[in-house]
Design a protein around this ligand. Structure first.
Ligand SMILES: Cc1cc2nc3c(=O)[nH]c(=O)nc-3n(C[C@H](O)[C@H](O)[C@H](O)COP(=O)(O)OP(=O)(O)OC[C@H]3O[C@@H](n4cnc5c(N)ncnc54)[C@H](O)[C@@H]3O)c2cc1C
Length: 458
């Protein structure tokens, strides 16, 4: 049995960074990856999708060229093979970089196979048995496949298999109107597919405020995405070269016939094939590994980082998990997950940047609060760029004047949100931001202006 100071399972966002920190502290470690180095973000998540979103944006702007006084003669054609090749060219260096950096890291042994527990501190991988006093799980998540009758009899796509698509699906039907479904939906519509998104709930991305869901639905519909809300999928079947999705919308049965089907109804953690029980590691009802505020599992000396712990589902939360664990272990720090502020983006065009509480959460909390809103039509930079869809809102605690949350749906909302997020981390009153001099002409210059106009949240 090979003994290491630590074993890391999974090379997602937390594992490789942790490997580097531990080795720098003279630990002898093993890291195990069963598939693609770099995990979801690099191979089938953030990097490839945002690269594809960029191609779709180029197509969209090309079609709108006349709005800018630019004449393009002839139709706009999308070369899907070139789109995929561009995506692959962006992804490959990241994946190879992670692999190379781990394989050349002194003090780090890389195993390429599926790992599972055989006992509390023992793991099998290939024919080897490894043991360590400290084990870190960074096993991530995968697309959840709902038990829809007939689904297993048709060939459906997930975010992973979408990465191999190098052709234009004539009619892409997407199950799920949340973050992943919406990004793919707008992207493929812009590439030229007919797109239908089927969502069980009465509105898109139910986690967001209603006005945000509505505005996103409006701009997607304007681009020609067919949204079927409040619709339950009751069955799927193949018919010649088509896929028939049977739905029930408001009690009425109907169907959508598409050529390709993307399942994007959520994620499930990769914890069902680790034999966690052999190590005494407990999970919740959805399979997420239960951790405390410092990411320690129920088994001593074992931590869970990233999507598998259910404490975040983003690259930055996984990376932050790495920072917390490394700082607590190596720097004698006392960092906690609860110290972080919820922040993320939806990378539609325009994007949504989010920090802290939603308006609905503020209302439910009963806190006396103030709100400021601004339509992107009133933002000069947005007019100059001809991208005026969306609006911004900021919520502030009436008494402390600290910012409670913000939603910026509009041009550069994914970037501008950080000026709000940093003031929230500083726990500074919003007057600090209100008096800051921002650069003209930017979207950010309107954040101080908005804060001049706070009114009670009724
Ligand atoms: C389509 C899509 C778009 C996304 N876009 C964004 C975005 O824009 N921004 C953002 O912040 N987040 C985004 N995310 C989420 C983000 O990709 C993940 O939150 C992020 O990758 C964190 O993953 P992780 O570190 O938990 O593990 P992962 O990156 O999932 O890596 C886990 C690794 O563990 C390996 N593994 C699993 N089990 C075993 C085992 N038993 N033995 C050996 N190896 C194992 C897997 O092969 C995998 O490589 C997106 C996700 C998807 C699906």
């Amino acid at each position: 049995m090979a003994k290491h100071d630590a074993i890391i399972i999974g090379t997602g966002q937390a594992g490789p960074a942790l490997a580097r920190r531990l080795v720098a502290a003279d630990w002898n470690i093993a890291i195990i990856e069963r598939k693609l180095f770099g995990g979801t973000c690099v191979n089938t998540g953030c990097t490839p999708t945002k690269t594809l979103v960029a191609s779709a944006y180029a197509a969209h702007i090309a079609r709108r060229a006349r709005d800018y006084g630019v004449k393009i003669e002839g139709p706009i054609n999308i070369d899907m093979k070139a789109v995929k090749a561009r995506k692959d060219a962006v992804v490959a260096p990241s994946r190879n970089g992670v692999e190379r950096s781990l394989k050349t890291l002194k003090g780090c042994t890389v195993y390429e196979s599926h790992a599972r527990f055989v006992a509390e501190k023992s793991i099998t991988v290939n024919d080897a048995e490894l043991t360590a006093d400290r084990i870190f799980l960074n096993v991530g998540a995968r697309a959840a496949i709902p038990p829809i009758p007939g689904l297993n009899q048709v060939s459906y796509l997930t975010n992973s298999s979408m990465m191999d698509v190098d052709f234009l699906p004539p009619h892409l039907v997407i199950l799920g109107g949340s973050y992943i479904g919406l990004e793919f939906g707008q992207m493929y519509r812009r590439f030229g597919s007919k797109v239908t998104i089927i969502e069980l709930g009465p509105r898109l991305i139910a986690r967001e405020d209603e006005d945000i869901s509505q505005a996103i639905a409006d701009f997607l519909r304007e681009e020609g995405v067919d949204l079927r809300l409040d619709c339950k999928v009751i069955g799927v079947e193949k018919q010649d070269n088509s896929i028939v999705v049977k739905i029930e919308c408001g009690g009425k049965a109907s169907q959508v016939i598409g050529t390709h089907l993307l399942v994007a109804v959520g994620r499930r953690p990769n914890t069902d094939d680790l034999d966690l029980d052999k190590a005494g590691i407990t999970t919740d009802a959805h399979g997420y590994i239960q951790v405390d505020d410092q990411l320690r599992t129920s088994a001593s000396g074992i931590w869970a980082l990233g999507d598998c712990n259910g404490r975040g589902a983003f690259t930055h939360t996984s990376w932050n998990d790495f920072e917390i664990v490394a700082a607590n272990l190596l720097d004698n720090a006392q960092r906690r997950v609860s110290d972080r502020i919820s922040a993320y983006a939806l990378f539609t065009d325009p994007p949504l940047g989010r920090a802290g509480m939603t308006e609905a959460q503020v209302r439910n909390s009963g806190k006396p609060a103030l709100i400021a809103t601004m339509a992107m039509e009133d933002v000069s930079r947005a007019s100059e760029k001809g991208e005026t869809k969306g609006f911004m809102k900021i919520l502030v605690d009436r008494d402390s004047k600290q910012i409670l949350g913000a939603a910026l749906l509009g041009l550069s909302g994914d970037e501008v949100i950080h000026c709000i997020l940093d003031v929230m981390y500083a726990k500074a009153p919003c007057t600090v931001l209100q008096r800051a001099m921002h650069i003209h002409p930017t979207v950010s210059e309107f954040i101080p202006t908005m804060l001049e106009d706070l009114r009670p949240l009724q």
